[in-house]
Design a protein around this ligand. Structure first.
Ligand SMILES: Cc1ncc(COP(=O)(O)O)c(C=O)c1O
Length: 269
């Protein structure tokens, strides 16, 4: 989620124990590495988004990576490869002929135009990671000055270029969160928590999963309803990042000053 990378050794051990194939959603973790290994290279497949809010931007689109030859062939066919258009790809496989007529064609190919916009950006990823990381570190430093704010600690084995930042206010109640969101909006910072009703990042919004409304995940819900998510476009300057940080810290102070809330603990509750 949002490019955070967990303990991949523990994740892989769990998958192995239960016979589960891992598919990595790497929408926000392009360039991210765990102990030097790229995200998307741990599981059976990984998918990267190149939609316009992501580190590399082709307007819409994305990339699938896999070492599984059959999966690769099927993905090419699903994306649209009627009349043996797969022959134009750089990799031949007997799986194409085998699956040609069994795999539906969803015609979701990336256009040449989008690919042409994307390819030069890929060469800049390493440089951009430094920019994203510097902006993130600057905001992390300012936010961490507030005793009410919890920013997830960095894992030394992880390298990433975050295009968003998340911070939690573990001791805030629902009214304080609403008041803070309103105050930030009034200051020109239209941000919100993951756990707002209707948010696509809040599991309660996933009505396509049967029984989701009855699902009780109280710890997850407590974290999501107190965790803000802010986009950090690469073009933000240091001054802009500093201003964002100061606006947030001042707004938090304004909310808590008359209410005497106890300071944040070291972990979200
Ligand atoms: C974790 C995650 N997966 C998937 C997506 C969707 O990517 P796309 O818009 O390219 O389908 C996003 C978009 O932000 C995301 O954050």
């Amino acid at each position: 989620m949002r490019g955070h990378i967990g303990d991949m050794e523990a994740v892989m051990a769990m998958c192995e124990e239960h016979g589960v194939d891992l598919v990595e959603d790497c929408a926000h973790s392009l360039g991210g590495r765990y102990k030097g290994k790229h995200t998307g290279r741990f599981g059976k497949a990984g998918s990267f988004s190149t939609q316009s809010h992501k580190m590399v931007n082709s307007g819409e689109g994305g990339v699938l990576v896999t070492d599984d030859e059959e999966l690769y062939a099927k993905a090419v066919l699903y994306s649209g490869s009627q009349e043996k258009f797969w022959k134009k790809h750089f990799f031949e496989s007997s799986h194409f002929d085998r699956h040609q007529e069994n795999v539906p064609n969803f015609s979701m190919r990336m256009s040449n135009l989008a690919a042409a916009v994307l390819r030069p950006q890929l060469e800049l990823v390493e440089d951009w990671i430094g920019v994203f990381d510097a902006n993130y570190a600057a905001l992390e430093t300012i936010l961490s000055q507030s005793e009410y704010v919890y920013v997830p600690p960095r894992r030394p084995e992880v390298r990433r270029g975050p295009d968003t930042i998340q911070f939690t206010l573990p001791d805030f109640d629902d009214d304080q969160i609403s008041a803070l969101t309103a105050r930030l909006k009034a200051c020109g910072l239209a941000v919100d928590v993951f756990g707002r009703p209707g948010s696509p990042r809040f599991f309660k919004s996933w009505r396509y999963i049967e029984g989701i409304e009855a699902t009780r995940l109280p710890i997850t819900e407590a974290i999501l309803t107190r965790t803000y998510d802010i986009r950090l476009p690469r073009t933000l300057t240091f001054d802009e990042v500093s201003a964002i940080g100061m606006v947030i810290v001042d707004a938090i102070d304004d909310i808590v000053a008359p209410l005497e809330v106890s300071p944040a603990s070291t972990a979200p509750r």
